[in-house]
Design a protein around this ligand. Structure first.
Ligand SMILES: [Fe+2]
Ligand SMILES: [Fe+2]
Length: 399
């Protein structure tokens, strides 16, 4: 089918070409998911996110939630490590209003880097037949940075809702107390990213369809461990990588300050996810249930690595012109800054998947085939605090 469409593609108007390409992309995502069980479980969310574009149709989305709220009237101290995280989280609270908001930010100032310039590389663009004038490049990078930070913001809103849900449904009482601090953290993250976008960048993009699908899938799943896996491990793990990448490459002091605080919170969140899931996966799940989660995590990792193509920026710049979505996809896929970005995200994510027991010999060959075998040996969240992470990032930046 793809070959036939490729033959007739040049005969279509740019507008129709792009529409066809968009539909093929959806088919491509669904066929890339090799596991029928994962495909079935993601299908309703994919329908809402990719086909109905529910995240872009209006200002609000309603998602049905039907998980169990778990109460315990004995208030046990049932998880010392979660309790220690709770104590650390209380001490680590900070006030978003106290950041240096008076810092002037000019997103078009060539002396200041938000997202690094080679995330949209001019040489790669030229090779692909896309002409980007040097004078337009800062404007495009401003848009790309706004897009990236908008996705962070939307992800944070997902995290806020998911943290509230997992606080209700988690079985450990120490986990509930810790969860309450995470709800506060996520609220603060929404506050600071939204403020930075509105006051400093002056532009906000809608939620990316694939991010919507992942958030929809975990919000509507009634199983608490799937919410943990989806939000605390997958979304937060990838976000931690993305924040680290930007922290390391940006030279804008307010953004760096904001990210430094957010990274330290997120490191705790991922740590909590690992603590909650490690025991549960080892002790409570049948082999079939474990395999299901292992397959799901792999498919979502692939989706997150391969499918954030900034099409919303493409629409702004090229929608309906001779530059096709396919050319844009290749530009985003092959620009050196984007390669580093994806690498950093996977460096943070894959070791946590390993640590919770969802990287067995059964699934490893698939990761290796997808080029993710290099991340198997990295440090997982319990081995790396937020403070250590920041120190490491500062050090590698100076090197
Ligand atoms: Fe967050
Ligand atoms: Fe978080």
């Amino acid at each position: 089918m793809f070959a036939q469409i490729d033959r007739i593609r040049p005969l279509l108007s740019p507008m129709v070409q792009n529409r066809v390409d968009e539909m093929l992309d959806v088919v491509d995502i669904m066929t890339e998911m090799k596991n029928p069980r994962v495909l079935r479980s993601m299908a309703p969310s994919a329908m809402r996110g990719l086909l109905l574009k529910s995240g872009k149709r209006g200002e609000v989305s309603e998602m049905p939630a039907n998980h169990q709220a778990h109460f315990n009237w004995n208030y046990p101290h049932d998880h010392p490590q979660m309790h220690a995280l709770y104590e650390r989280a209380k001490l680590g609270q900070w006030n978003g209003s106290s950041l240096a908001w008076s810092t002037p930010v000019d997103p078009l100032d060539p002396r200041v880097t938000l997202a690094p310039l080679d995330m949209i590389d001019l040489k790669v663009a030229k090779k692909l037949g896309i002409t980007i004038k040097t004078a337009d490049h800062p404007k495009m990078m401003h848009d790309l940075s706004s897009w990236l930070l908008s996705q962070f913001l939307h992800g944070e809103q997902g995290a806020l809702m998911a943290a509230a849900q997992v606080t209700e449904s988690v079985q450990f009482f120490d986990g509930k107390l810790y969860g309450a601090t995470q709800v506060m953290d996520e609220g603060r993250h929404v506050e600071v990213f939204h403020r930075y976008l509105s006051e400093k960048l002056g532009k906000m993009y809608p939620i990316n369809d694939n991010l919507f699908v992942i958030i929809d899938a975990l919000m509507t799943d009634s199983r608490w461990d799937m919410k943990f896996l989806g939000m605390q491990i997958m979304v937060e793990g990838v976000a931690l990588g993305a924040f680290s990448f930007l922290y390391q490459s940006s030279t804008e002091p307010l953004l760096k300050e904001l990210l430094k605080y957010v990274i330290q919170d997120e490191a705790r969140h991922v740590h909590y996810g690992v603590l909650a899931l490690k025991e549960h996966i080892a002790d409570n799940l049948s082999p079939k249930e474990r395999d299901e989660r292992e397959d799901w995590a792999y498919e979502v990792a692939l989706l997150m690595r391969n499918r954030f193509m900034a099409y919303e920026v493409y629409e702004d710049w090229y929608g309906g012109t001779r530059v096709t979505r396919d050319q844009w996809r290749q530009l985003v896929t092959n620009s050196p800054g984007m390669l580093r970005f994806r690498h950093t995200m996977m460096t943070r994510l894959v070791p946590n998947i390993r640590d919770i027991g969802l990287l067995t010999q059964r699934i490893r060959p698939y990761y290796v085939k997808s080029g993710m075998g290099q991340y198997f040996g990295g440090l997982a969240a319990p081995e790396l605090t937020g403070e250590q992470m920041i120190a490491e990032l500062d050090q590698s930046r100076m090197a």
